[in-house]
Design a protein around this ligand. Structure first.
Ligand code: BG6
Length: 462
């Protein structure tokens, strides 16, 4: 009766002192899950909280009301009718949510990226057809061929993955692609024609703005797909199909492996759409072999963790940081700045390198280091120019560069090297050193890197 009068989103659990053996739970908008155990049952917001006790769960729907006792449970809808439900098996185990020998979940998850990259690709690359297979899209090649515009919408780090996706889909599949902040998209009246395909991207699958953007897109009759990590999450269940990232549980509030996993899935999508259009089988194989080389290349960067930690000693007192990149690496400048802000609480901004001259250069000085993401690609020389402009104003420069490049090493104050790779996979390799830089700097500053202030792993209320 009371919930029928409630306005807004909620995930609640309730018990009454006079009925101590019964717990009730209800949800609308916010996630709530029933854990089915032996001689015990649970009500939780996220399966990682109970995976050590049971892996049998029921993902509750909006307006479900659940009552649990030790050895039984019952689910009805707010309207009072029995609710249909399905007991699912959680795909990861308690070890996956255990710190192991790592000091923090964030560092553990940074080091899990070679596996997360491999797991995102597992069973999805077809050498025979020189393309990617994404069965969960529930779309035929004919339907994918008819798509003439793509909208990617998300929040936070997932939005930066979308920006890399935009570059990938436009250059590999030549489809006009737009990236929209979910919190803006849900209230904007964006004109979209019938052949526009919308993707809602979210690690948790529960972020309220991304969920609302998905519902708004579906309300307007658009096919709306999801790219999520959490199996059984609301976005995954409400989308018309999609792709699971299989990155495993991500506990650290600052997203790391979920970012690289999202970029891998978007690369697979771009390859699939490209092979249906303009990409030859030879080009398809080039993309596949580049993807398959990634786990080892990523491991080479993780081997530099100690050097990167040493480097942060030099910059621990910096007032703030500027991040610069171009093309595929402009989103990495944004993501690098976000990571640093999230866990060190220092000011940081990401910009396209050439925007330097249009204002940002006013911030350059000895107290504000710049991180220039400048791997070997078509705009490498341009990024060198930007470094010279920053150095001319006495700004310290840390360059993320391709190993063996002497010129940039001579120009920059410090260089973190990445292995040589094609430009379309460089964002994965340039993101990892920035994650490590922010992590080690935050540890030096004594921050709570796994639970930084004012942040939540998933924002489920508007
Ligand atoms: C924030 C997290 O709450 O939500 C970020 O702190 C994350 O790390 C953002 O990128 C979006 O989350 P999700 O689950 O929708 O990808």
């Amino acid at each position: 009766m009371a919930l029928k009068q409630v306005v807004g989103t909620y995930g609640v659990a309730l018990f009454h002192v006079d009925v101590p053996d019964v717990l009730l739970g209800a949800r609308r908008g916010s996630p709530l899950i029933l854990g089915v155990g032996k001689g015990q049952n649970f009500i939780v917001s996220d399966v990682s909280a109970i995976v050590a006790h049971t892996r049998d769960v029921v993902y509750l729907d909006d307006y479900d009301v659940v009552s649990i006792e030790r050895d039984q449970f019952d689910i009805v809808s707010l309207a009072g009718a029995d609710a249909s439900f399905q007991v699912s098996k959680v795909e990861f185990s308690s070890e996956d949510v255990d710190l192991g020998t790592f000091p923090h979940f964030m560092l553990k998850e940074i080091f899990e990226q070679p596996n997360a990259i491999r797991d995102a690709m597992r069973g999805r690359l077809s050498i025979e057809e020189c393309t990617a297979k994404l069965g969960g899209l529930n779309m035929s090649s004919r339907e994918l061929r008819d798509v003439d515009r793509i909208v990617l919408t998300a929040c936070g780090t997932a939005l930066h993955a979308c920006r890399v996706g935009e570059c990938l889909i436009e250059s590999l599949a030549h489809i006009p692609t737009e990236v929209e902040f979910a919190s803006e998209f849900r209230y904007r009246n964006m004109p979209m024609n019938k052949d526009t395909l919308v993707f809602a991207i979210s690690q948790s699958g529960e972020t309220i703005d991304t969920l609302a953007a998905l519902r708004e897109s579906k309300r307007k009759g658009h096919r709306t797909l999801g790219i999520c990590n959490s199996v059984g999450s609301t976005i995954a269940r409400e989308s018309d199909g999609g792709v699971y990232m299989h990155a495993g549980p991500e506990i650290g509030v600052a997203a790391t492996k979920s970012f690289t996993s999202q970029v891998i899935v978007l690369t697979l999508l771009a390859l699939l759409l490209g092979r249906i259009r303009n990409l030859s089988s030879v080009q398809g194989i080039e993309v596949i072999s580049a993807l398959e080389s990634l786990p080892d290349l990523a491991r080479q960067i993780l081997d530099q963790s100690a050097q990167i930690e040493k480097l942060t000693e030099k910059y621990v007192d910096a007032a703030g940081f500027l991040f610069f990149g171009r093309q595929y690496n402009y989103p990495i400048a944004l993501e690098g700045a976000l990571k640093l802000k999230e866990i060190t609480y220092k000011f940081a901004e990401g910009h396209p390198s050439a925007e330097l001259k249009h204002g940002v250069i006013a911030l350059i000085g000895p107290e504000v280091p710049s991180i220039m993401i400048a791997p070997d690609d078509a705009v490498y020389e341009k990024n060198l120019n930007s470094i010279e402009q920053i150095k001319a104003r006495k700004g310290p420069v840390i360059a993320i560069a391709t190993e063996g490049r002497k010129q940039i090493a001579a120009l920059a104050d410090d260089v973190i090297c990445i292995p040589k790779c094609p430009d379309f996979i460089s964002p994965i390799l340039t993101a990892i050193p920035l994650q490590l830089f922010s992590y080690h700097l935050a540890v030096k500053l004594g921050r709570d890197v796994d639970k930084p202030r004012n942040l939540a792993k998933s924002v489920t209320v508007e």
